[in-house]
Design a protein around this ligand. Structure first.
Ligand code: AMP
Ligand code: TRP
Length: 333
């Protein structure tokens, strides 16, 4: 049976190495397997759960598409579109918000993190964000959802919502129960400045992340300044346990070079971090500079990027509008 793959990325700028290694690299290999049907969505409705400037948002939508393509997603094979262009997403999100329970949403850690201390002032959208994400996934009968580790809880909520809808309306198998696809090793890339925080678009210090549009000098400089500790590189994975920064850098090396943590440690065991960092910068530049150049080139071709979104939206609309009509029937509208 064909796997139906769906995933989304928010157009909030600064796409970084964490997005690439945690999610987009996996999108590319799924796209390359002809047995899969893939849909990659620029989730602009999710982006506005936190206030956005309209000019920047429009640029970031195009930049996300450019990044998908530059990383190797083929728009002829996979559907690439932006969420706001397919009205069924908002509609299904409303319907599913009547299925999801307050208690379920109250447990979501991402809301707690993003809302911070001032919960009263967070948007209602930020709170119901995971319900919209469930709508995205369920509208396309998705069987597999590749995401970074931070989205695991949202995927579990999506499965709960699907199951409750199927039970409540006695429509067994109507919504498919999707499986998360999360990288086994290094599904969570951490900040270069603090190994206990994840690498993030919104972190104020640009030195905390490697952006996919960074030039070679920026990569060199950021790796040089990345936090480490004073010990040399150990000989076993276990010895990295209490060394979050060391573990993160060696993990990044393993992930970008498609090798295991074990074999990377063997390679550098006993060396100090300055030697290792040289190797790490080299491989990062080798892998990322073609991506960065291609993103910059594609960003100049606005109408090409807009066409991809328009065509993708038509294809997505075809699938989603059919599903939403079935939902109407089941509910009694
Ligand atoms: P977002 O930028 O929040 O839309 O995330 C897009 C994708 O990148 C999602 O699948 C996230 O789980 C993944 N992601 C974001 N940050 C990281 C990180 N630091 N490490 C691994 N994956 C990440
Ligand atoms: N919430 C996801 C994130 O921040 C993005 C997203 C929205 C998504 N809808 C999705 C991911 C559907 C997978 C499937 O990373």
């Amino acid at each position: 049976m064909k796997k139906k793959i769906f995933s989304g990325v928010q157009p909030t700028g600064n796409l970084h190495l964490g997005n690439y290694l945690g999610a987009i690299k996996n999108f590319v290999s799924l796209n390359n397997d002809n047995k899969n049907e893939c849909i990659f969505c620029v989730v602009d409705l999710h982006a506005i759960t936190i206030a956005q400037d309209s000019i920047t948002l429009r640029e970031n939508i195009r930049e996300t598409v450019a990044t998908f393509i530059a990383c190797g997603i083929d728009p002829k094979k996979s559907i690439i579109f932006n969420q706001s262009k397919v009205a069924a997403h908002s509609e299904a999100a409303w319907i599913l918000s009547c299925v999801a329970r307050m208690g379920w949403l109250n447990r979501m850690t991402q809301f707690k993190e993003k809302a911070g201390k001032d919960k009263e002032n967070a948007s209602v959208g930020l709170y119901s964000y995971p319900v919209l994400m469930a709508a995205d996934i369920l509208l396309y009968d998705s069987t597999h959802v590749p995401v970074g580790n931070d989205q695991k809880q949202h995927l579990e909520l999506c499965r709960d919502i699907a199951q409750k809808f199927n039970n409540d309306f006695k429509v067994e198998n109507f919504f498919k129960i999707p499986e998360p696809l999360i990288q086994k090793e290094f599904s969570r890339i951490m900040s270069l400045k603090d190994g206990s925080k994840k690498m993030s678009k919104s972190e104020t210090s640009d030195l905390s992340r490697i952006n996919l549009t960074d030039g070679n000098d920026q990569i060199l400089n950021k790796i040089k300044k990345a936090k480490t500790d004073s010990l040399p590189i150990p000989s076993t994975v276990k010895e990295l346990n209490d060394r979050p920064e060391a573990r993160n850098l060696i993990g990044i090396y393993s992930s970008i070079s498609d090798s295991t943590l074990e074999s990377s440690i063997q390679k550098f065991s006993g060396k100090n971090f300055s030697d290792f960092k040289e190797n790490l910068s080299e491989i990062l530049i080798d892998k990322l500079s073609p991506i960065s150049d291609e993103i910059k080139r594609l960003l100049k071709e606005k109408s090409y990027l807009d066409e991809i979104l328009e065509e993708g939206s038509k294809k997505a609309e075809n699938i989603a509008s059919k599903k939403i009509r079935e939902i109407h029937d089941i509910i009694g509208f």
